[in-house]
Design a protein around this ligand. Sequence first.
Ligand code: GCO
Ligand code: MG
Length: 402
Amino acid sequence: MKITKARVIVTCPGRNFVTLKIETDEGVHGIGDATLNGREKAVVAYLEDHVIPLLIGRDPARIEDIWQYLYRGAYWRRGPVTMSAIAAVDTALWDIKGKVAGLPVYELLGGASRDGVMVYGHANGNDIAHTVDEVGRYIEMGYKAVRAQCAIPGVKGTYGVAKGTMYYEPADSALPEETVWNTPAYLNFAPELFEALRIAHGPDIELLHDVHHRLTPIEAARLGKALEPYRLFWMEDATPAENQEAFKLIRQHTVTPLAVGEIFNSIHDCRELIQNQLIDYIRTTVVHAGGITHLRRIADLAALYQVRTGSHGATDLSPACMGAALNFDLWVPNFGIQEYMRHTPETDAVFPHAYSFSDGFMHPGDLPGIGVDIDEELAAKYEYDPKQLPIARLQDGTLWNW
Ligand code: GCO
Ligand code: MG
């Protein structure tokens, strides 16, 4: 079998998605997500100009060799653009291999390790009462785990303010919106929020929280300690993690479990965090961390240290990524949880898929491959629409971390 053609499809059914479609001389095709939120066109160019010409004529069965060829062969290694492009190729090739074998990708990886994949949803509120209600709504829908984010009183436009409830997109303007960040107000407020959530919803529901890189290590340590009575499933991205050693400081002060890694793209970004047991969950995902082939290496390293997976699953990842991720999750022995922010019906229609949600768990379905396809005719109706994530500034105007 040979790769005869590969194309990049850009569509915006409410938000931008980049998809690579690889076709073969035997009529089998595969797709992979290549969406890099806010920097979509960089991956399109990387694929079209530098990757697709290298694929034509290759045997799509040689997934590992093609991965190594694109990674080592480029001379330039790592980085979100490179790794998202490689991920798209890798995912499409696993999709093809599954279709050729007549098996879903989780069967190729070694078969199911569990019956379903526990997912968490996003509850956002304008104040504590609203957030309590929103978490309640997710519990009613069957969720066993919910991420809770809430606007901080008196701080305008803080992260987590609900612009919509079930569907919202953080990247929502052509030029970045500017928001204000206030660490002391947040640190005072966050424990109050989780106290209210435990009082309202009891001890069993899993609660998660995303700090979005807003704290310094010692502030993160203080927050982790303050949240201990409310038994979080995890505290996510408490501080920027380029400096992996920073997590030592957080770890020394708190037993709140730590999750990090949604913006990592290589095993080297998390190697020290994992080997030094500084985190509990690794959030690298198929599309931004080099595809199934590389994510498997990260998960295997993590397993040695009882670190579990908790892949990023916001809507800036397309259903093609979600299908691949769910196949991965169903297999991976050290699975922890999967994020699941629901795509809009428009997006679901562009990407027909086999995966499903029931009572807090998801299943990738049993279609051969990743179980997701793209309706190209429908995709063509939604033109690319530039959108960026907001930025955060401190009250004195200093640019802060998003
Ligand atoms: C998450 C992410 C989202 C981001 C989005 C930005 O944990 O799902 O941090 O909240 O806003 O993925 O690209
Ligand atoms: Mg996050």
